[in-house]
Design a protein around this ligand. Structure first.
Ligand SMILES: *Cc1c(COP(=O)(O)O)cnc(C)c1O
Length: 436
């Protein structure tokens, strides 16, 4: 595999990044944006419309990052736009209840059989942090179980990786997280029933909850065997441990009611984020009434937020989820996604490339491990050479992916078959260049 240099004009972005580096650590406000794993420096986006984005140098791309998932209708959707403007005309924030909170809650709860009550917060991280506190407050137990390769935001107790050897105790994966916190988090591999059972045998008395991305999509797309998730559900039920589905990425993405509905598994606590806010900062957690009764002011688990339920963000969420709730929305997303994925996989397989797009719903992931079905984080080849080359070949051909090979791509309602034909052709050509 040869390295490639980009032929794009990037001088404005490069200049802006130099300035940004004087303001922000690494020049960014969230680390993956820094392009560290794909060479070069970030492209500064000027605007987006439909499935396209334009950068500050005037380049135009078909966007498969979609703000890392929130934009399931594409950029600048007219209904989301007008929802935001209408709300804004009444004021940006009050710190008091508005009818818009009721409306977004009604939209969700009237369709969702898994949760009776919901609490809106301002990010996925905040949702997870709050729901972990609730799980501990409800059960009166301290430890939480997570799975290696699942991402749950930058919550202290989730910035934890498996310890050495067979130890289940986590060690922190970030400076600034005390080992004492990390020790309250147990870490087991995904899709590994034996490890899971061993952990439950030893620690279930101390475990408040088991948190998992039911469709792990932040570290490759690690589709789990449904028997594994069902066993996890059963173990939790038998041992008085709450099952916590972190659906910040899968919620409203693989179906209106997320992975729980798709997989037919009922969790005890769910977190949402990304799509729920229509591109504005919203997160949420929900559970059955008995559990939510523990949240303040009804119960003793404290959680609050100055901008929680912000009216402008609620309006964006209402506009977006109203579209998602239309009959056939998700079937149509899936059909177009398969239309795209099949073209590329057929090409890659006819050429014998060690490459496959793995997909669920309107999510896809570029796997350079060929047809080997990868279900655990440890099975991913960490080199990512192939991704780095492909990413740059695609930029040159007008296609933008999230700048990391561990991240997934998203297809929005704005990606028509015509756009997908253009992108698939670019992807096939880029693969030819990478595997030449
Ligand atoms: C994105 C994500 C988070 C974090 O959400 P932020 O809004 O970035 O804080 C948490 N969990 C999962 C599964 C996610 O995909």
């Amino acid at each position: 595999m040869e390295s490639t240099t980009t032929s794009l004009k990037r001088s404005t972005s490069n200049k802006l990044f130099e300035t940004a580096k004087t303001y922000f650590p690494g020049g960014v406000n969230s680390p993956v944006r820094a392009f560290k794993s794909v060479d070069g420096s970030p492209i500064f986006i000027k605007k987006g419309d439909g499935c396209h984005i334009w950068d500050e140098d005037g380049n135009k791309f078909i966007d498969f990052c979609c703000s890392w998932g929130p934009l399931i209708l594409g950029h600048n959707h007219p209904k989301v736009y007008s929802g935001i403007v209408a709300a804004l005309q009444n004021g940006a924030s009050f710190g008091a209840p508005t009818v818009l909170e009721n409306e977004l809650a009604e939209l969700i709860l009237s369709r969702n059989p898994f949760i009776d009550k919901i609490r809106f917060v301002s990010s996925g991280t905040e949702a997870v942090m709050s729901a972990l506190r609730l799980a501990r407050g409800f059960t009166g137990k301290k430890k939480v179980l997570k799975f290696e390769g699942c991402y749950h935001g930058h919550v202290d107790s989730m910035l934890v990786k498996a310890g050495s050897g067979l130890a289940t105790f986590g060690t922190s994966s970030s400076a600034g997280v005390p080992e004492e916190y990390a020790n309250e988090t147990l870490v087991v591999p995904l899709n590994d029933l034996d490890a899971l059972k061993a952990c439950f045998e030893k620690y279930s008395d101390e475990l408040a909850c088991a948190i998992i991305e039911p469709i792990p999509a932040n570290n490759g797309l690690l589709l789990q065997e449904s028997t594994f998730l069902q066993e996890l559900r059963d173990l939790c039920t038998e041992n008085g441990v709450l099952l916590f589905f972190d659906e910040v990425i899968s919620g409203f993405r693989v179906g209106f009611n997320g992975a729980a509905e798709m997989l037919g598994i009922t969790p005890d606590i769910i977190t949402y984020g990304k799509i729920i806010g229509g591109g504005l900062p919203v997160g949420a957690y929900g559970a059955r009434a008995e559990i939510m009764a523990h949240v303040s002011p009804d119960g003793p688990v404290y959680q609050a937020g100055t901008l929680s339920g912000n009216p402008v963000a609620m309006a964006a969420g209402i506009a977006q989820l109203t579209e998602c709730a239309q009959p056939g929305f998700y079937e149509d997303q899936r059909e177009r996604t398969l239309y795209f994925v099949d073209q590329i996989n057929t090409h890659a397989s006819s050429k014998g490339y060690n490459f496959e797009l793995v997909t669920v719903g309107s999510i896809f992931w570029l796997s350079f491990d060929g047809k080997k079905r990868i279900r655990k984080a440890s099975q991913i080849d960490p080199k990512m050479d192939g991704f780095r080359l492909l990413f740059n070949e695609l930029l040159n051909r007008g296609v933008y992916l999230g700048p990391s090979g561990y991240e997934v791509g998203f297809i929005s309602q704005a990606h028509t078959k015509e756009h997908l034909d253009v992108a698939a052709k670019a992807m096939c050509e880029a693969l030819d260049a990478v595997f030449a």
